[in-house]
Design a protein around this ligand. Sequence first.
Ligand SMILES: Cc1ncc(COP(=O)(O)O)c(C=O)c1O
Length: 410
Amino acid sequence: MKSIPLHYSPDTHAVHAGEYVNDTRGHVGPIYQTSTFVFSDAAEGRDLFANEKSGYIYSRLGNPTVELMERKVAALEGRGLMLKAKERGEDISVYCRAFASGMSAISTIVFTALSAGDHLLADTILYGCTNDLFDNVLPRFGIHVDFVDCSDLTALEKAFEDHPNTKMVFLETPGNPTMKLCDIAGVAELCKNRALLVVDNTFATPILQRPLELGADIVMHSGTKYLSGHGNVISGLAIGTDEEFFARMHSMQIDTGGVPSPFDSWLLNTGLKTLPLRMKRHCENAMKIADFLDNRKGISRVLYPACKSFPQKELAEKQMDGYGGVIAFEVEGGYERAQLVLNSTKLFCLAVSLGCVDSLIEHPFTMTHAVVPEEVKAMHNITPGLIRIAVGIEDAADLIDDLDRALGSR
Ligand SMILES: Cc1ncc(COP(=O)(O)O)c(C=O)c1O
């Protein structure tokens, strides 16, 4: 396997980390599209099952194409943390496990960490299915869940006092679709010796934000989004430093079965190589578009951390290396006007998801956040006039022209 010095930049790690010269000496790692692996003899099969020898048995248990991609993600999320540890004279390892989807990553993390009688504190603004899993599924298994605004550290401390059996705090930052931020270091401080902090880093990616460096215990991603980047993969990732937890999570995954396919893992690994370049472009384009929207008549608010009006701009500057590619904005004229705009763009494709090379537009109120309870939508101002765009890597001037025309449509 290639050994990449930790101090080399994320751009270099994205291209080289995890790669190795395979048996065929093919330049690009092959897709091991196989469900099972052949033992050289019965004794080898016995030794592999007894853990007395390492190697591949069956792709639900482990697959080389999946592992290559896991190593690259571990390097991108963890290299800064490992570098700091090395400077202190310590040696830590960062583990990554890939899943069939972001939701599979979340559910496996939760079912590994929590048992009946435990309590989970979750932020109030979450992806719709995460919200549904916590609100409707976990209570059926005796796991109690309360939602608290994790951007309010006083409220979080009070929630800890009210629920001393809290074992996990789960948050997304930036949050979907309002871009609300949580102070990861501040929340991590409150969680210390009390609860595991899990951060959904899907919107920021390790290029813009590394929660492990800020004190989070586990980072998760929907790899479906920026990490793969081309809208052709469904996948999930979990990254952390606790070897014992990751071993237990592997067992849980083997038993519950949410593994990614070798082909999706290969596509994801290919996408990761351009992640730093793509994120730079997503950020540059989104800055220009947010600026345009901020000055366009017919728009009542723009939610993007770089905007002067964004209340948590300072926090964004503190914990992020860029503001990302997602913007939400509210059109004057509410639902009817929003529908007109959604139906009128030509470059912005009317579809949920985000993080693709092409730009997408969607309506959180009736689409991604349709299952979120009305009172939660009201609390976060997810109104019928709110539109979310995921800015791609096309030419910014063309995207602005497309939006301008759609906003002016009748
Ligand atoms: C922030 C966030 N987390 C998790 C998920 C779930 O990921 P997946 O669709 O890969 O299961 C999504 C999906 O949109 C998301 O936006």
